[in-house]
Ligand binder design. Structure first.
Ligand SMILES: C[S@@+](CC[C@H](N)C(=O)[O-])C[C@H]1O[C@@H](n2cnc3c(N)ncnc32)[C@H](O)[C@@H]1O
Length: 477
């Protein structure tokens, strides 16, 4: 039988938290030892129980507060302290912005050796709660119980959980009753689905044994009150239809009710068939035009399409990127990692031509529809892996770009893509990133031929450590 690991009994008393660190944790320092502690704020003085200890760093847990930091505010969410989602929720928003800004600059200076003296201060999000247009909840046969729940747990109480993953435990899920990230009826829908599934004895997925029926629920909303709900099942079942009917009867405001039977071991849906149970197969989102001189842009969003999760702040991000790009009507622009072509369509009215490239085929189909819907005839979209699509022949065929906008995933750009950018020699590159570490790495490589002209961090995700950053690069003469 597997032995349970004993928790360390080492407790360090009256430690001052001095910094906010990566992954939303904070830092204390004792002599040469750095201690990472979650759910605390710089300025707190706490007793820390050491949970893991290595040569130069340790991980700990605050077990007693001697002093609360002046940077503290009350948490809005009942799950704070357990849920891994909004770890900075007890820190004032201005301080969150300060630490996000610092995270960007530290990464650019340390990894990329980039001079950040002229960086613009971070732009905060107007909405600090209910800013997300998409949340994904997971069902698990292995619910994570909080310390308080364990005290009152009956031997036969259900072990099913429906909510968010617990950080570092891929099979454990915290039951979520309330989340302040997505507007209603998001909480109501999730809680109804949980009650319905328990009342009807529907089994929850066991990721280790690949058993059980219910896997995930994705809820997406738009600023014009469209709601998409996708329920993911792990197997075919005659209980699927009655469950979806019950959801649609309870929430007639859902405009797209869809489902998917994913029998794979992983949760990705890109290669899965998503079936419409009721309503439309997409949602429509609107965004103001860049210069406010045209009708609002209309974006079609399918169940598999990427769309920035903070819609209002996406407009701020795109506007800043477009400003830094200094768009000219004769420009040929490449929009790399275009998703559903949102940036391409946002800038198209102000340039000669935009060429968008993206991996997901369905997103490219939506990008083309989005151009048509917005009466834009100067965009072209290609689906495929960037490293394979962006070749010398591609540039010959589509024209040499004056400007390249690139917005890669967290992993940053492939070496081959960077090499190709260095060969293409566009006059300007605007690099948008959600990961300052990989952005710093990529920019330092581009600096063989480019210089950093401006840096603009933008906060898209209040209460998390995540931060977006835009860098303007100019080709050296
Ligand atoms: C951060 S999103 C940016 C989307 C878009 N620019 C927007 O603002 O909506 C990154 C996009 O890159 C795409 N992607 C990831 N890896 C890729 C690859 N190797 N080649 C092409 N596209 C890729 C993803 O599917 C995703 O749509």
């Amino acid at each position: 039988m597997k032995q349970k690991r004993q928790r360390s009994q080492e407790i360090i008393e009256k430690v001052e938290i001095i910094e906010a660190a990566a992954e939303g944790k904070a830092i204390a320092k004792i002599e040469n030892m750095v201690i990472f502690v979650p759910f605390v704020v710089p300025g707190d003085i706490v007793d820390v129980q050491i949970i893991k200890k290595k040569k130069t760093f340790a991980e700990g847990k605050a077990i007693y507060f001697h002093k609360h930091s002046d940077l503290r505010v009350e948490a809005q969410c009942p799950h704070f302290g357990v849920c891994g989602g909004c770890k900075w929720q007890t820190m004032r928003y201005e301080s969150q912005l300060h630490y996000k800004n610092k995270q960007v600059i530290d990464n650019l200076e340390r990894i990329g050796h980039i001079n950040c003296s002229g960086a613009f201060p971070i732009i905060g999000s107007e909405k600090q709660f209910f800013y997300r247009n998409k949340l994904e909840y997971t069902f698990s046969s292995k619910r994570w119980f909080t310390e308080d729940e364990i005290k009152t747990l009956e031997p036969n109480s259900p072990r099913y959980g429906f909510g968010f993953h617990i950080p570092s435990f891929f099979d454990k899920v915290l039951n979520i009753d309330y989340c302040a990230l997505q507007r209603e009826p998001s909480n109501l829908i999730r809680n109804f689905i949980r009650d319905y599934s328990l009342e009807n004895n529907l089994s929850y997925y066991d990721i280790r044994n690949h058993e059980g029926l219910l896997r995930n629920v994705i809820i997406r909303t738009t600023s014009v009150d469209e709601i998409m709900v996708i329920v993911v099942f792990a197997q075919e079942s005659e209980t699927i239809s009655p469950m979806l009917d019950a959801i649609s009867t309870k929430f007639p405001e859902i405009t797209s009710l869809m489902y998917c039977v994913n029998t794979k071991f992983n949760d990705t849906l890109y290669d899965q068939e998503i079936i419409v149970h009721k309503g439309k197969d997409h949602m429509i989102e609107f965004m103001p035009s860049f210069r406010g001189d045209r009708d609002n842009l209309k974006f079609k969003i399918g169940p598999k399409s990427f769309y920035q999760t903070n819609s209002e702040q996406a407009f701020v991000l795109y506007s800043k990127a477009a400003e830094m790009a200094n768009l000219k009507c004769e420009d040929i622009v490449y929009d790399l990692y275009t998703g559903t072509g949102t940036i391409a369509n946002f800038i198209a009215p102000y340039v000669k031509k935009v060429i968008g490239i993206e991996y997901v085929d369905d997103a490219i189909k939506d990008a083309r529809i989005n151009s048509k819907e917005n009466n834009l005839s100067n965009t072209v979209f290609y689906a495929g892996d960037m490293a394979k699509v962006l070749t010398e022949d591609f540039v010959k065929e589509n024209g040499s770009p004056d400007l390249i906008i690139t917005d890669p995933p967290r992993a940053g750009m492939h070496d081959k893509v960077i090499e190709q950018l260095l060969n293409i020699e566009a006059k300007k590159i605007v690099y948008i990133s959600c990961n300052p570490a990989t952005q710093a790495r990529d920019v330092s490589l581009l600096m063989q031929k480019y210089s950093v002209a401006s840096i603009q961090p933008v906060d898209m995700f209040p209460h998390t450590h995540h931060v977006e950053n835009i860098i303007e690069l100019i080709l050296n003469k």
